[in-house]
Design a protein around this ligand. Structure first.
Ligand code: DAT
Ligand code: MG
Length: 139
């Protein structure tokens, strides 16, 4: 079944010039774009997006990091794209992410925090619908 997922290239990925790499991998995998935009997020949007993490110790540093520069937000479409993009992204901690994944090929420990892990991808159909509604309400 065709589905959609929200993918973000986080501020570290944009700063490092890795937007093309993320897009290229998605396109080579055969997925299509339903929306794409470079955007400076605001706190209210991020607090909604990361609602499930509110109250956790990494929440505030995560929001601060996500405010540190623009992200590239996109809606990607294809069969089982939610699961496939999660596999493409790799484990949350780039040190643990398998080589071959975005985080495992392009990420590392920068002596900072795990939040600098290049990309976000929705983790379930429910999350995807909720997150797409936040970023691209017209879709
Ligand atoms: P993912 O992005 O792999 O879905 P998540 O939803 O559990 O991971 O967490 C959202 C983001 O929060 C994640 O990309 C990086 C940051 N994060 C998660 N766990 C963390 C931790 N233990 N310490 C610091 N940052 C963390
Ligand atoms: Mg998540």
């Amino acid at each position: 079944m065709t589905e959609r997922t929200l993918v973000l290239v986080k501020p570290d990925g944009v700063r490092r010039g890795l937007v093309g790499e993320v897009l290229s991998r998605l396109e080579r995998r055969g997925f299509t774009l339903a929306a794409l935009e470079l955007r400076q997020l605001d706190r209210a949007t991020l607090e909604r997006h990361y609602e499930e993490h509110r109250g956790k110790p990494f929440f505030e540093p995560l929001v601060e990091f996500m405010l540190s520069g623009p992200v590239v937000a996109m809606v990607v479409e294809g069969q089982r794209v939610i699961e496939t993009f999660r596999a493409m992204a790799g484990a949350t901690d780039p040190v643990a992410a398998a080589p071959g994944t975005l985080r495992g090929d392009l990420g590392r420990d920068w002596g900072l925090k795990v939040q600098q892990n290049l990309v976000h991808g929705s983790d379930s159909p429910e999350s995807a619908q909720r997150e797409i509604g936040i970023f691209f309400p017209a879709l």
